[in-house]
Design a protein around this ligand. Structure first.
Ligand SMILES: [Zn+2]
Length: 143
């Protein structure tokens, strides 16, 4: 997979887990509010974030570049946070309900944390890629 294909794949997996979350919430007469997909690049040890206030799943591109398809567990993990939260059950953030969503609804391994091997070059590459995206967006805004 090229880097571009990898990024498209990640966005597609994000949508896929959002769809599973939506199907699951129908059982509780709830409509799943899809979080948006966003990439970031940093040295942060966090492979991903669920930003509830902004309805955003932020994914660390440097880990995506390093882990490739193994990064799927992080995507499922962040979407599972939104799914659990929208059930509005006061459960622990990585508690039993969260694990149930990951394992039984998303059919993923219920890993709480990632253990990816990332190199310095992945961080550099991720930062560069996002810079290019940002420049392109600015150019398009100017047209
Ligand atoms: Zn988490």
């Amino acid at each position: 997979m090229t880097t571009l294909e990898l990024i498209c794949w990640a966005e597609e997996r994000h949508k896929y887990y959002c769809e599973l979350a939506a199907e699951f919430l129908i059982n509780f007469d709830k409509v799943f509010n899809y979080p948006r997909f966003k990439l970031f690049a940093s040295k942060s040890r966090y492979a991903g974030w669920a930003k509830y206030g902004e309805y955003l799943c932020e994914y660390n591109l440097s880990y995506l570049l390093a882990a490739k398809e193994d990064y799927e567990q992080t995507i499922a993990h962040e979407v599972a946070h939104f799914c659990k939260r929208q059930l509005k059950i006061g459960a622990k953030s990585h508690g039993e309900l969260f694990m149930f969503i990951l394992e039984d609804v998303f059919h993923c391994l219920a890993n709480r944390y990632h253990n990816y091997q990332r190199k310095e070059e992945h961080i550099t590459q991720a930062k560069l890629l996002l810079k290019i995206v940002e420049l392109n967006e600015r150019r398009n805004d100017g047209v």
